[in-house]
Write a protein that binds this ligand. Structure first.
Ligand SMILES: *[C@@H]1O[C@H](CO)[C@@H](O)[C@H](O)[C@H]1NC(C)=O
Ligand SMILES: *[C@@H]1O[C@H](CO)[C@@H](O)[C@H](O)[C@H]1NC(C)=O
Ligand SMILES: *[C@@H]1O[C@H](CO)[C@@H](O)[C@H](O)[C@H]1NC(C)=O
Length: 360
């Protein structure tokens, strides 16, 4: 009995080994030279979901964990598909101004403006809603195409001086194929525009401007740094991002031109359109898909007022500036950004002896 079973088992093993050999031998990718061409063909249009899962908890990151206002949360995520001529930010390089502004304030107006000038290298812009807690998730969808296979995004860590998470030029087309599903761990980054070692440090501009750097358990090498954990080797990822391919179309040569800010419902409608067999091969204009009345409306605010006078003429004071709401958000539109901004001002050097003694 035992003996027969063993023989069966062995022959089963042999079959598996054979199958495995066949699988290896017939693997079409083996021995062929990979070219990026198959996903970079000009007619290819691909629809992806991006999901951001954050894990900023007191348990994982106990040091300086902000308990009170502002409690830990994440700004909305700004993302973009693009070709290889564009970089949103680069590690070890100075952050472009609009990226620094986003990292410091979570505001996208400056990014919007600068990207409007680079439309030829960009494809789809997408935004993930804010995550209102340290631990949470948020998602959105976006398009890439054969000419724009890279995706970049960033999310501000709030509160923080100028810290964010994000990806720079992640290529969704690798080894000739569009990635089906990929999850990437994310670590905090420092935009290098604002000094401050802790989540709630007041903001001082860094002069000269620093480089975009990854924050680690040992960098910045300073006991006061909120992420300085000398007792561990590596920080756990503070978030993960997952890209999932939802659909791939290979015959949409004429799709698009400026896919800017397609809202979720518009994207869904576009997908429906693309799925109608009668339309395949025909040009589809993404911008004409939207029906304004069903789409989300973002909050819009006025320009900043001038800075108020410094609260102290001698020594350190504060000043602020404000703006007002021009359009309140509707449906899933973006929340209004902060309406008041406060800054340190003045300096000890402005205190002269005359001020303190002789000015009666
Ligand atoms: C990106 O697109 C622009 C405009 O079409 C083009 O001039 C540039 O060569 C492209 N870059 C790459 C690396 O393909
Ligand atoms: C959209 O709203 C505008 C006014 O806000 C209205 O004139 C128009 O008829 C609406 N369109 C549709 C398709 O409902
Ligand atoms: C702005 O600053 C002025 C003067 O320092 C002060 O009176 C005012 O209350 C401040 N406003 C806000 C909203 O902080």
């Amino acid at each position: 009995m035992m003996h027969i079973k063993l023989v069966h088992l062995l022959s089963l093993v042999a079959i598996f080994v054979q199958l495995a050999v066949v699988a290896v031998a017939s693997n079409p990718t083996r021995g062929t030279v990979f070219s990026e061409e198959s996903c970079r063909q000009s007619g290819v249009l691909v629809f992806y979901r991006i999901k951001l899962v954050t894990s900023w908890s007191k348990k994982l990151f106990p040091k300086h964990y902000p308990e009170f206002r502002p409690a830990p949360h994440w700004s909305m995520t700004f993302g973009q598909t693009h070709n290889d001529s564009f970089r949103l930010f680069q590690l070890e390089h100075p952050a472009p101004d609009p990226v620094g502004t986003f990292a410091e304030t979570g505001q996208v107006a400056a990014l919007d403006e600068s990207l409007a000038l680079q439309q030829d290298v960009l494809f789809d812009e997408f935004r993930l809603p804010k995550i209102r807690k340290g631990k949470g998730e948020s998602e959105a969808t976006f398009f890439a195409d054969g000419k724009h296979t890279s995706v970049s995004f960033m999310t501000k860590i709030v509160p923080s001086p100028d810290w964010f998470i994000g990806l720079d030029s992640f290529n969704l087309c690798t080894r000739g194929r569009w990635l089906e599903k990929v999850t990437i761990p994310l670590h905090p980054l420092d935009a290098g525009t604002s000094s401050g070692l802790t989540f709630t440090s007041p903001k001082w501009p860094t002069n000269p401007r620093g480089l975009v750097q990854r924050i680690t358990a040992r960098y910045p090498l300073h006991f006061a740094s909120s992420f300085f954990y000398p007792e561990i080797k590596h920080l756990p990822p503070i978030a993960h991002v997952t890209f999932t391919k939802i659909k791939e179309y290979d015959n949409h040569n004429n799709v698009h031109k400026k896919v800017k800010k397609l809202k979720y419902k518009q994207r869904t409608k576009l997908l429906k359109k693309l799925d109608q067999p009668s339309l395949s091969g025909e040009p589809v204009l993404l911008n004409s898909v939207g029906d304004e009345n069903t789409s989300d409306i973002d909050c819009r605010v006025s320009a900043w007022s001038d800075w108020s006078p410094c609260s102290k003429t001698c020594g350190l004071g504060k000043r602020n500036r404000s703006r007002s709401v021009l359009q309140i958000q509707r449906l899933g539109g973006l929340d209004c950004p902060p309406l008041v901004e406060t800054q340190w001002c003045g300096s000890a050097r402005q205190c002269s002896v005359i001020d303190s003694y002789f000015k009666w």
